[in-house]
Design a protein around this ligand. Structure first.
Ligand code: SAH
Ligand code: SF4
Length: 352
């Protein structure tokens, strides 16, 4: 199969530089960008105010469409799960969620995940490859094009990088993705409307703090001490809580932006009042919001169950009483397995 590079992987500056290199005026990048992200055409030939030679050279080197919609499932609450086939045959998942504040898209960054957390469906499959920046952008574009076809004028307003994969293990492509979707002349999704979630790769958190990427950060903590965290997330052996907290503190100091601390409540594992107290102590007066996540059971991880509603509320109350800002995550699309942490790349290759 002829695999061409996705045009969506280029930031506007790189597109301009590429055009210049190929004998075209840099300024054409603005027109091409507008066609891609505002008019949202998927064929270079449709860019009819771009010179024909320029369209031809773009079409020769780039593809607009590299993902194929394989299936689409819609939940009773309006959540839509898309399964896309990549050019190499791998399958990935992307989810659209409806909220009072807008429409968010949860994107996948890798095929599989090497972090292998003990509760997660995505980590059941080892990473077979990173997604390119273009493949991550295209997930958002495909969802936006789906909304465009509905003709209600709906727009993707928020992005969560919480699908399959560890985004900080694919840092450069993730950064390109963030730059493309934020471009004010394109999708123009504001940095405060974008959240990247990491299992806690401390060095990358530091790099992120030093970068110009001003998007929100969420850290998957899930336990208040090393013993328990290592049991739940084996990455904690290499990057224990002290190291993670040092990176978090560096980030807070540098950016002064509130971090979301994700904490899945697992019945009789990490959901006791004593854990809540320990967590409150660990967080201290840091600028964080603890987001309590109801666990979505995964067949292959039968050792974990969802906490009872009373335990969730009791945990929440303890944190509040200790002065820790916290919230309970609302669930979306549980009837179609689109809920957080339920995505799994089938990794099955279809005949192409
Ligand atoms: N790899 C990154 C981002 C993808 S996972 C990370 O781990 O942060 C996004 C969030 O979903 C993480 O907080 C993860 O811990 C959570 N998650 C994974 N499996 C889950 C499940 N079965 N139920 C609820 N949340 C889950
Ligand atoms: Fe990977 Fe995140 Fe799942 Fe852990 S929770 S296995 S880091 S996707």
């Amino acid at each position: 199969m002829n695999q061409r590079y996705s045009i969506y992987g280029l930031t506007k500056d790189r597109l301009a530089a590429w055009l210049l290199d190929h004998g075209h005026k840099k300024g054409r990048a603005e027109r091409v960008w507008d066609w891609l992200y505002r008019q949202r055409v998927t064929d270079f030939q449709a860019m009819d105010d771009v010179n024909a030679e320029c369209r031809a050279v773009l079409a020769e080197h780039f593809a607009v469409e590299t993902l194929k919609e394989h299936t689409r499932q819609e939940s009773v609450d309006g959540t839509i799960k898309f399964l896309f086939q990549l050019q190499d045959g791998n399958l990935i998942e992307t989810v659209l969620m409806r909220h009072k504040f807008g429409l968010s898209v949860c994107v996948t960054t890798q095929v599989g995940c090497n972090i292998g957390c003990s509760f997660c469906a995505s980590g059941l499959l080892k990473k077979s490859r990173d997604l390119t920046g273009g493949e991550i952008v295209e997930q958002v574009m495909k969802v936006q094009l789906h909304l465009d076809r509905k003709g209600r004028g709906e727009k993707v307003t928020h992005i969560v990088v919480m699908g399959i994969g560890e985004p900080f293990d694919n840092y450069d492509n993730m950064a390109d993705f963030l730059r493309v979707i934020q471009d004010p002349k394109g999708l123009a999704i504001g940095p405060r409307h974008i959240t990247v979630s990491t299992s806690g790769l401390a060095d990358k958190i530091t790099e992120f703090a030093d970068s110009d990427l001003q998007v929100n950060l969420a850290v998957s903590l899930h336990a208040p001490n090393n013993e328990l965290r290592t049991r739940i997330m084996k990455i904690n052996r290499a990057i224990p809580i002290e190291k993670l907290l040092a990176a978090i503190d560096y980030y807070l100091e540098k950016t002064n932006r509130r971090i979301t601390i994700e904490y899945i409540l697992l019945k009789d594992v990490n959901d006791g009042k004593e854990h809540a107290l320990e967590l409150a102590e660990l967080m201290g007066d840091r600028l964080v919001n603890v987001n309590l996540i109801p666990y979505n059971p995964v067949d292959e991880h039968a050792q974990y169950q969802r906490s009872a509603q009373e335990s969730v509320l009791a945990f929440y109350d303890v944190l509040k009483k200790q002065g820790v800002s916290c919230s309970i995550r609302l669930e979306h699309g549980t009837d179609i397995d689109a809920a957080c942490g339920q995505l799994r790349s089938k990794q099955l290759k279809l005949p192409s």
